[in-house]
Write a protein that binds this ligand. Structure first.
Ligand code: ADP
Ligand code: ADP
Ligand code: ZN
Length: 216
């Protein structure tokens, strides 16, 4: 099963991806997590990406296309994968299509999580992320069992720098301008499924499972 989880920042892509990994046994490929790991480790890539991420701008396409090319070659992607946060621009979508055509592994479904802006801002401003496994929590909507600690891996929870007020509105604007147009692109290919991302976490997951029964 080759999937794209699509939607604005805060829509719940990472949250649903983690649940899908557990159920379907295919990896989550989160370009945000990959970039943050590079920033943390101080790699050349991380140093180049950080300024864009802090401002809520997109990291240049060449960088992302390189990351995805390498990641999809890994053996754990053979049975399928869940792309989370990629593609975000038309050039990224074109590069992905060329890459997957080359290995004859087309995208089966694009799951588009729809959530209105006001709710996105509430979700992002209360988000806490695990510094070890990248799991997302929320101060009120999805609190961890023990304050500050990840339920699944025991990692420490932190607030992302780009989840503080200033960068958030910019990320929503960037999404509308550069990423949202991909909805039409995938709809035209006949592989887009739009889901109500405003339902609670488990209900959204039920809806996803219902869509994926055809493919799993
Ligand atoms: P994305 O990966 O799309 O940016 P996340 O999965 O990190 O989004 O979710 C953003 C925030 O919203 C997190 O704090 C998460 O706990 C919370 N969240 C995710 N899904 C829901 C939901 N269905 N209802 C309420 N809060 C949610
Ligand atoms: P969110 O789900 O809240 O939008 P992500 O973790 O997916 O956050 O992304 C965080 C930041 O990493 C983005 O604001 C952007 O700077 C960078 N980034 C992640 N994925 C991409 C991508 N596909 N193209 C360009 N930049 C990206
Ligand atoms: Zn964790």
């Amino acid at each position: 099963m080759n999937l794209i989880l699509f939607g604005p920042p805060g829509a719940g892509k990472g949250t649903q991806a983690k649940k899908m990994v557990d159920l379907y046994g295919i990896p989550q490929i989160s370009t945000g997590d990959i970039l943050r790991a590079n920033v943390r480790e101080g790699t050349e890539l991380g140093l180049a990406a950080k300024a864009y991420m802090d401002k809520g701008e997109l990291v240049p396409d060449e960088v992302l296309i390189g990351i995805i090319k390498n990641r999809l070659k890994e053996p754990d992607c053979e049975k399928g994968f869940i792309l989370d946060g990629y593609p975000r621009t038309k050039p990224q979508a074109d590069a992905l299509a060329a890459l997957l055509d080359g290995i004859n592994k087309p995208i089966d479904v694009v799951l588009n999580l729809e959530v209105p802006d006001e709710e996105l801002v509430e979700r992002i401003s209360g988000r806490l992320m695990c510094n070890n496994c990248g799991a997302s929590y929320h101060r009120t909507f999805n609190p961890p069992k023990k304050e500050g600690v990840c339920d699944t891996c025991g990692g420490e929870l932190f607030q992302r720098a780009d989840d503080r007020e200033e960068a958030v509105q910019n990320r929503l604007n960037v999404y509308k301008k550069q990423t949202q147009p991909l909805i039409d692109y995938y709809a035209e290919k006949g592989i887009l499924v739009t889901l109500e991302g405003t339902k609670d976490i488990n209900e959204v997951f039920e809806d996803i499972k219902a869509v994926l029964t055809k493919f799993a």
